[in-house]
Design a protein around this ligand. Structure first.
Ligand SMILES: [Fe+2]
Length: 277
């Protein structure tokens, strides 16, 4: 689609603004009196959920970009769901390297947007002004670094081809770009995986943004000509980067506001802050 056509498409398909709250890397496990870390992480997520529910306007959707659980155990997703159930807007999830895609899919299949027995957690959400497409970037060997096989890239290409006129945001765990501030800047096992993803994105100019997690710090880049970002972990003890001392222990997440004229604008939000500066 050419630029002018895309501009027209962006304006005609009942476009209105959309707000997405992105939470990521909650690394939850069962709270254990002997290990207060997981109790604190549960509290971090509770704070984010309460903060999101208190926003005015409310976001249209929340995305969780992976590492929801620490060990990928079924009980950890029961715990996560119990915390996330308080959200007053729809939630869409994608797995991180700490997750089990099977356990995550089982835990969230009742929500209806993905199948419980899928080979990969890959789906599209049509219910919002911006189409959301989840990509599963887990490596098959269980490594921390991600990968994208031919099957998933083909599925992404086909899913994007279904709706060329709808502005679309892709969300996934591993950022397909270098984060030079990180000790290990590249999150994939193979450079080619990121190059292949960029090539698919290039074919579909309706893709307006790529949201990721994994790095536990904020960073932005361009992938296939599209703005791509990663955000701080909700788990405050795992957050990377430098922050004001007053933020210690307080979780952050990001808000992404879509306007048809310029795409997404993002801000990092510290929980329990005024909604207007
Ligand atoms: Fe993580």
């Amino acid at each position: 689609m050419q630029g002018a056509d895309l501009d027209g498409a962006r304006r005609t398909a009942s476009f209105r603004t959309m707000i997405i709250a992105q939470i990521t890397d909650t690394h939850l496990s069962h709270a254990d009196a002997a290990n207060p870390v997981f109790g604190a992480r549960a509290e971090n997520l509770r704070q984010c959920v309460a903060d999101i529910n208190g926003l005015d306007p409310m976001p249209d959707a929340v995305i969780h970009t992976g590492d929801m659980a620490q060990h990928g155990q079924a009980g950890e997703y029961v715990h996560a769901r119990s915390l996330l159930a308080a959200l007053e807007v729809p939630l869409y999830v994608t797995p991180g390297n700490r997750d089990s895609r099977q356990e995550m899919a089982r835990a969230f299949a009742d929500d209806g947007y993905m199948k419980p027995d899928c080979a990969f957690i890959h789906y599209a959400v049509e219910a919002h002004p911006v189409r959301l497409v989840a990509v599963d970037s887990l490596a098959e060997n269980g490594a921390a670094k991600g990968d994208l096989c031919r099957v998933r890239l083909k599925a992404l290409d086909a899913t994007l081809a279904e709706a060329p006129a709808r502005p679309t945001a892709v969300f996934m765990h591993h950022p397909p770009f270098d984060v030079p501030a990180a000790p290990d800047p590249f999150a994939y096992q193979r450079r080619q995986a990121a190059a292949d993803l960029a090539a698919v994105v290039c074919k579909h100019p309706q893709v307006v943004r790529i949201f990721t997690g994994h790095m536990h710090r904020p960073w932005m880049a361009k992938v296939g000509g599209v703005a791509a970002s990663t955000v701080p972990s909700v788990a405050a003890d795992l957050r990377k980067g430098r922050y004001a001392p007053t933020m210690a222990g307080r979780p952050v997440y990001q808000m992404h506001r879509f306007e048809p004229d310029w795409g997404f604008a993002s801000e990092t939000r510290l929980t329990d802050s005024p909604t207007q500066a």
